[in-house]
Design a protein around this ligand. Structure first.
Ligand SMILES: *Cc1c(COP(=O)(O)O)cnc(C)c1O
Length: 468
């Protein structure tokens, strides 16, 4: 007991640590309250450990300069923003947990220009009268998709909810059992339909739904036929679904609306990159689908947004529904979306400037060459076996679950660290790195890593894997 008292007395007080050189130097970089709190925290923790019979505290830990060093580290950590850039070395281009699509430089510039001052967000400059924020992208979206009208909201889940509510509340919608999609989190098509006040009539079976299934289900109460893209799973084998065009003919006979949730939504065909052939937004408009929804931050490569295109009268109803106000898009997103859409006016511009489209092209990202270079920078300097292997990048993000983009990755087998330790240390680097575990190795794929991130990535790998 005597010894504990003695050691407690040796613990420096906050005032003494505040005078330490290291802490004095911190004052220019961090708020004083943060510094004082950090010291208090370190001192309190040490005191608690000293009182705890089982905890081991070394004498050096009690020295003022070491308490100061621990406090400085704590201070640096707590001053770091919670939302930070992460290097995406997973090979998944659209990773919802990592924020989906990176934006084009032009879109970033538009965000800055709009955020810095005022804008004509809801003002028609010619007349001086009130305008609407949707107006900035409606003509563009119509031009790019061939639709009569367009509307943008906060995200695609919101777009689906809004369209269903505005067009079908209190009525019944028919949807195939093969398309009752759950897209991570809490977004399930059936739940959204219920939240929108629609009754859901499920038809067909999980793997096969025919036109006659929809036909037999139509009643007095039916207002809509709903089609949803099965973005994050595929039912393969003995399957059949009804193409939009046939649903449209059936709907016309019965005076029903066809709504299709495309999920990702592409403005042009991407099968040239080895991706599966899927209907583009334009093809879906041409098929006669009345209301089409898709995301801004999936294959489009723009900011988070929900885009609705389609029939003018139906969209007018949607625009005037009170929920449209609740789900409205913010001005910064709108600036980025308009700029991204403008790049699509010329396909070459889009491919050159929209990062997501660039990443679909292995040649353009030079990921194999960069992988070789990374291997060379690490070889002989780290405690691990390294090898460049043939691998695949994936689109991910609830779009094209099975699509594989041929690529290469760096496979790492650490000598002493476990794979979980390696993954943890990379995630907790100053610039966190996310890779993936596969077949007892840690893989680093460079398809979604920017050139300017290579220095940080290399430094983090060296630091984490260096023999200590
Ligand atoms: C991703 C997706 C959604 C949700 O879109 P968010 O933009 O994330 O709200 C809805 N439906 C489908 C089919 C999707 O793939």
């Amino acid at each position: 007991m005597k010894q504990i008292q003695e050691r407690l007395r040796a613990l420096p007080g906050v005032d003494r640590v505040l005078q330490d050189d290291l802490i004095v130097k911190l004052a220019g970089d961090f708020p004083q309250t943060l510094i004082t709190e950090a010291i208090q925290q370190v001192v309190d923790d040490l005191r608690q450990q000293l009182l705890d019979q089982d905890a081991k505290v070394a004498d050096e830990q009690l020295q003022t300069e070491n308490v100061a060093a621990a406090a400085a580290e704590l201070c640096r950590r707590s001053a770091r923003p919670s939302l930070r850039p992460v290097i995406n070395a997973t090979g998944t281009l659209l990773h919802t947990n990592l924020g989906r699509a990176p934006l084009a430089e032009q879109a970033l510039q538009a965000i800055c220009d709009t955020a810095r001052g005022y804008s004509n967000l809801e003002l028609t400059l010619e007349s001086g009268k009130r305008g609407h924020r949707f107006d900035h992208v409606e003509a563009l979206l119509c031009r790019l998709t061939g639709a009569e009208a367009a509307l943008v909201v906060n995200n695609n889940a919101g777009a689906v909810l809004l369209a269903l509510t505005a067009l079908g509340k209190g009525r019944e919608a028919i949807v195939s059992r093969g398309e009752l999609v759950e897209i991570g989190g809490a977004f399930r098509i059936p739940d959204v339909m219920e939240a929108g006040g629609l009754r859901l009539k499920e038809v067909g079976s999980t793997n096969r739904t025919h036109l006659r299934d929809y036909q037999n289900a139509i009643s007095e109460e039916t207002v809509m036929l709903v089609k949803a893209h099965t973005s994050n799973y595929r039912i393969v084998g003995f399957t059949s679904d009804v193409p939009a065009k046939e649903l449209v003919s059936l709907a016309r006979e019965h005076n029903l609306i066809v709504l299709e949730d495309l999920g990702s939504g592409m403005l042009f065909d991407l099968s040239g990159y080895g991706l599966p052939q899927e209907p583009t937004v334009t093809e879906t408009v041409e098929a006669g689908v009345d209301v089409i929804t898709f995301s801004g931050d999936k294959l489009l490569g723009g900011p988070q947004a929900g885009i609705i295109v389609g029939n003018k009268d139906l969209l007018a109803k949607i625009k005037h529904h009170p929920l449209a106000r609740a789900l409205r898009i913010d001005k910064l997103t709108l600036a980025a979306l308009e700029t991204t859409l403008r790049l699509y006016l010329d396909r070459k511009d889009a491919i050159r400037n929209v990062p997501l489209l660039r990443m679909l092209d292995a040649e353009a990202t030079g990921s194999e060459k960069r992988c070789k270079k990374l291997l060379k920078s690490l070889q002989g300097k780290v405690a691990a076996q390294l090898e460049m292997i043939a691998d695949f990048a994936r689109v991910g993000g609830g779009a094209m679950p099975l699509a594989e983009l041929a690529d290469h990755s760096l496979a790492i087998k650490p000598d002493t660290l476990s794979l979980e330790q390696l993954a943890y240390r990379l995630r907790t680097c100053p610039t966190p790195v996310m890779g993936r575990l596969q077949d007892e190795r840690f893989l680093i794929n460079l398809r979604a890593v920017r050139d300017d991130q290579m220095v940080d990535l290399t430094a983090s790998l060296l630091d984490v894997l260096m023999e200590k």
